[in-house]
Write a protein that binds this ligand. Structure first.
Ligand code: FPP
Length: 237
């Protein structure tokens, strides 16, 4: 039982799969596979707790720089995930949205992602945002480009461009800002994830490696959030 008001939007950087694999003398791909198992439980718990949105970082624009074998393993895992889990996610009323450049992915993955969004788009339960081929700076550049094009077409005046207009051009345009950001494995960085949306997020950095992040660890992070004093730059009375 968690006391207090839960976050509306939770973002998670699922870090530590590689170290988990090393610790268990397994190949890194098996660490990622174990990471998917951990994710399954966290998605279900988020649904049960009626959290509005959960955003997870599955593959960044920088992850292409990893060894070919690891990139291929991650791509295969993504495809497998979207093939094998989609029925259950749909049944659980989860609405999937991909954050990132789907068109920069190999055709089978790209198609699976478009299909998952289409199939679950009208679901009214947990909004599950999966960041794939995503970078926060690229997302902001894309928003700026879109606004510049609108201005060129005469649809808006440059003077009208404000924080709200920027937010409307992001993948998360209709969602609340991130309230809680969790990064596992003890690393304390944002790594280009949801830069705009995390402006006033509370950060929690559990030391546990992602494959070991279970419901108890999730509850601990949520409890840490509910005990924070959020002031948004103002002053509480
Ligand atoms: C970071 O751990 C994790 C990733 C780069 C990928 C996260 C992906 C998954 C959990 C599985 C795929 C997701 C879906 C939705 C199917 P790391 O490898 O950087 O860990 P390390 O820092 O210990 O090496």
């Amino acid at each position: 039982m968690i006391e207090g008001t839960l976050p509306r939007h939770v973002a998670i950087i699922m870090d530590g799969n590689g170290r988990w694999a090393k610790k268990h003398t397994l190949q890194v791909a098996l660490g990622h596979r174990k990471g998917v198992e951990a994710l399954r439980a966290i998605i279900r718990e988020s649904s049960d707790l009626k959290i509005e949105a959960l955003s997870i970082y599955a593959f960044s624009t920088e992850n292409w720089n990893r060894e070919k074998q690891e990139v291929e393993a991650l791509m295969a895992l993504l495809l497998e995930y979207f093939t094998s889990e989609i029925d259950e996610l749909d049944q659980e009323n989860v609405c999937i949205r991909i954050l990132g450049d789907k068109d920069g992915l190999p055709p089978p993955q790209r198609e699976a992602l478009y299909k998952a969004e289409e199939r679950t788009g009208k679901n009214t339960g947990l909004k599950l945002n999966i960041a794939i081929n995503y970078g926060g700076r690229a997302e902001l550049a894309r928003a700026a480009r879109e606004l510049a094009q609108m201005a060129l077409r005469g649809e808006i005046s440059p003077d009208e461009i404000d924080e709200k207009k920027m937010a409307q051009m992001l993948y998360t345009h209709d969602l609340p800002d991130v309230d809680l950001l969790i990064r596992t494995s003890g690393e304390m960085r944002l790594s280009n994830f949801l830069l705009y949306q995390c402006a006033y997020a509370e950060f929690v950095f559990p030391t546990v490696l992602w494959p070991d992040f279970d419901i108890n660890a999730y509850h601990a992070a949520l409890s840490a959030f509910t005990s924070r004093d959020r002031r948004f730059g103002g002053r509480n009375k």
